[in-house]
Design a protein around this ligand. Structure first.
Ligand SMILES: [Zn+2]
Length: 293
């Protein structure tokens, strides 16, 4: 059942709430390790630390499922939400901000706040500026930490990866990391070149992640089931190999349409997903290498 739900946000793209039917979405809770659980709802995975001090939450999903998320949280703890982190500005991770910020302050990278405030375009779709209440009240440029539930919960910014306002969140004592959309399990990843994202930057960020965290850290992806650092390494390897192939084609003067017709990434078809197909991935890598937006 969970697998079927997983496809929906991808089909709809990460951001088009108005085209979704949220009425059938169920929010499920999976224990990860230590104080940390993950809530799977309609959009990006919500990571939570639950303990004596209350709840620390990562991302807020779409607003139409906020009541169901609140109910799931109430099943975990009667204590209040204390702080909320946002991993990046995409609406499937922040649309619930206005609802949840009535309960606790939101912390995020400076650029995330700017992008939410100004709105913009994602894959050609217009994103309206977010309301004042949805904007994070606390922002940071590099890292920010919350010390609750016997846990050092550290948000770390990686520049120009999935977007230019990404943070990952490490729950130090539980040894769990929420990677936002820097790591997803739906196949080829989405890299938001229009909003400061970069394929090279995302590879660099994920490589840093695999180097700096313990080998047995549990990984909460932006979308998909709880994963491992080995899963992250496989994604990085695919990204490096496919980037090299597209770069080679460009050196020979191929256009993006020719690369698609020649099926240069044919060997990687198992990564093709509903949201990012092989052709879409060729486009993203091509445009990234070309330096165009
Ligand atoms: Zn995203």
């Amino acid at each position: 059942m969970y697998k079927a739900l997983l496809v929906l946000p991808l089909l709809a793209g990460p951001l088009w709430a108005q085209e979704r039917d949220f009425s059938k979405v169920e929010v499920t809770v999976t224990k990860v390790a230590g104080t940390v659980s993950v809530l799977h709802g309609a959009g990006g995975n919500i990571g939570v630390s639950v303990g004596e001090d209350g709840i620390v939450m990562v991302d807020t999903d779409y607003s139409p499922v906020a009541a169901r998320i609140k109910a799931a949280l109430a099943g975990l703890s009667t204590r209040p939400i204390r702080f909320i982190f946002n991993t990046h500005w995409h609406h499937d991770h922040t649309d619930g901000n206005e609802v949840f910020q009535q309960l606790a302050p939101i912390i995020a990278h400076d650029n995330l706040r700017k992008r939410l405030a100004s709105g913009g375009s994602v894959i050609g779709r217009t994103m309206k500026p977010a309301s004042e209440g949805a904007l994070p009240t606390i922002t940071f440029s590099d890292t920010a930490s919350v010390h609750l539930n016997g846990e050092d919960i550290v948000a770390i910014h990686y520049p120009n990866a999935h977007t230019d306002g990404d943070s990952i969140v490490y729950f130090t004592q539980s040894n769990v990391i929420h990677l936002g959309d820097e790591f997803v399990t739906y196949g080829f990843p989405f890299v938001d070149l229009e909003n400061g994202g970069s394929v090279k930057g995302m590879i660099a960020a994920l490589k840093r992640v695999t180097e700096r965290f313990p080998a047995d850290v549990k990984v909460i992806p932006g979308h998909g089931p709880v994963s491992t650092l080995d899963d992250v390494k496989k994604l990085v390897q695919m990204m490096e190999e496919t980037t090299a192939i597209v770069a080679e084609g460009m050196k020979k003067g191929r256009t993006v349409e020719q690369l698609k017709q020649e099926k240069v990434l044919g060997a990687y078809s198992k990564w093709s997903g509903e949201f990012i197909t092989t052709d879409k991935w060729i486009e993203i890598v091509f445009n990234d290498l070309k330096g165009s937006k």
